[in-house]
Design a protein around this ligand. Structure first.
Ligand SMILES: *Cc1c(COP(=O)(O)O)cnc(C)c1O
Length: 381
């Protein structure tokens, strides 16, 4: 199909972008191309547009076409994990360059900056990007990247993408948005002025908890996209052809899954809010969430992630997690099965997450069954 046909809706692109019936065999489902090397032509060139699988391969090219189409970007570069994608973005910078990063950005992104990239000579500022004035003050003449994540983990904080994109533009910084929690189904950072979107495709894209991946999608096929392609090629943190095939398979059902997961999460959030055993619910779809108005403007639904605090201490939260039967106690998110997690334990002793907080990744089970499970866990604990 014409993968870049921008008259097609997201649901249609999710099924067709980057996919073609195999010319050699007529296979309708995308074949797995495991070959590491590709035929050369008589003049030494690439006979079929590929040379070596780290540089490019048919499954990765299909996935990247799909990711670019869904996000509305001109180029997508796929990696072996979300953090490999984040590192690649920062590796395009030079020593002395400055990064402004949201203080609630994914733990691994912040740690990767502080440990690896500070040594590389990057200057770092961590700010609350929900505070536009504080974010504006953080810029220096060397600021090259403003890194956003919304909704954030685990408090589901919302930041104003369009306002921050405008702020980044004024200061000559590239604005990058980690769109993992929202996915392009719910939120369109490139249309709101960001230049790059990052995904952990391990989560909603893969969607079945059985493959890891990451991606950067660039608004334009420009010098930055070329540099990122170079880091992908020379850094070598590439997804395998099978990983690409699985993530692209996940992409086909992404819109269906994410809309359903959002609807169920909203139902759960409303139910949790009425429980005396629950002291707070963090979900941007609730009108009393501090970011609700912005979320309602920049998201088409509020996502499948939510967190809540039990009335009581960390021990009680752990007991609730342990008492759940349908929710599986495990980290990660975006899969078909619902997960429940005591975030403070996962993050370790340095965690600043409230100890009475429980995070849910809502899967595809029936809302009534999930509510019954939470009710039982809250009562049993
Ligand atoms: C999981 C996650 C990452 C890191 O991705 P990996 O695939 O685990 O490397 C980054 N950002 C967010 C929001 C995530 O949930």
């Amino acid at each position: 199909m014409r993968a870049t046909d921008d008259t097609l809706s997201l649901d249609t692109l999710a099924v067709h972008a980057g996919r073609e019936t195999d010319a050699a065999t007529g296979a309708v489902a995308p074949p797995l191309h495991a070959s590491t090397t590709f035929l050369r032509s008589a003049d030494g060139g690439e006979a079929h547009g590929f040379s070596y699988a780290r540089a490019d391969n048919p499954n990765r090219r299909s996935l990247e076409t799909c990711l670019a189409a869904l996000e509305g970007g001109e180029a997508a570069i796929a990696f072996s994990s979300g953090l490999a994608a984040a590192q690649a973005l920062f590796q395009t910078l030079a020593p002395g360059d400055h990064v402004v990063c949201d203080q609630d950005a994914y733990y691994g992104v912040r740690k990767g900056l502080q440990i690896g990239l500070a040594r590389w000579g990057l200057e770092l500022s961590f700010v609350d990007t929900a505070d536009l004035a504080a974010t504006a003050r953080a810029f220096t003449p060397r600021t090259r990247v403003l890194w956003l994540e919304t909704p954030s983990n685990p408090l589901l904080k919302i930041v104003d993408i369009a306002a921050l994109a405008a702020l980044g533009r004024v200061h000559g910084a590239r604005v990058v948005c980690d769109n993992t929690f929202a996915t392009p189904v719910l939120q369109r950072p490139l249309e709101l002025g960001c230049e790059v979107v990052m995904h952990s495709t391990t989560k909603y894209y893969g969607g079945h908890g059985d493959v890891m991946g990451g991606a950067l999608i660039c608004a334009r096929r420009d010098a930055l996209a070329d540099k990122l392609r170079e880091v992908q090629h020379l850094g070598g943190a590439i997804p395998s052809p099978r990983d690409c095939q699985l993530i692209q398979r996940g992409a086909a059902t992404l819109p269906l899954r994410v809309r359903r997961q959002s609807a169920t999460a909203l139902e759960l959030a409303r139910w949790l809010q009425r429980q005396p055993a629950v002291s707070a619910v963090h979900y941007p779809g609730l009108p009393d969430h501090p970011g609700h108005a912005i979320a309602a403007r920049q998201m088409s639904a509020f996502g499948g992630m939510l967190s809540f605090r039990v009335a009581g201490d960390g021990q009680r939260a752990l007991a609730v997690v342990a008492a759940a039967r349908l929710f599986t106690p495990a980290t990660s998110l975006g899969s078909v099965e619902s997960l429940i997690e005591h975030r403070a334990s996962s993050e370790g002793p340095a965690s600043t997450t409230p100890r009475e907080l429980i995070r849910l990744s809502v899967g595809l089970e029936a809302a009534a069954d999930l509510i019954a499970d939470l009710e039982r866990a809250l009562t049993a604990a």
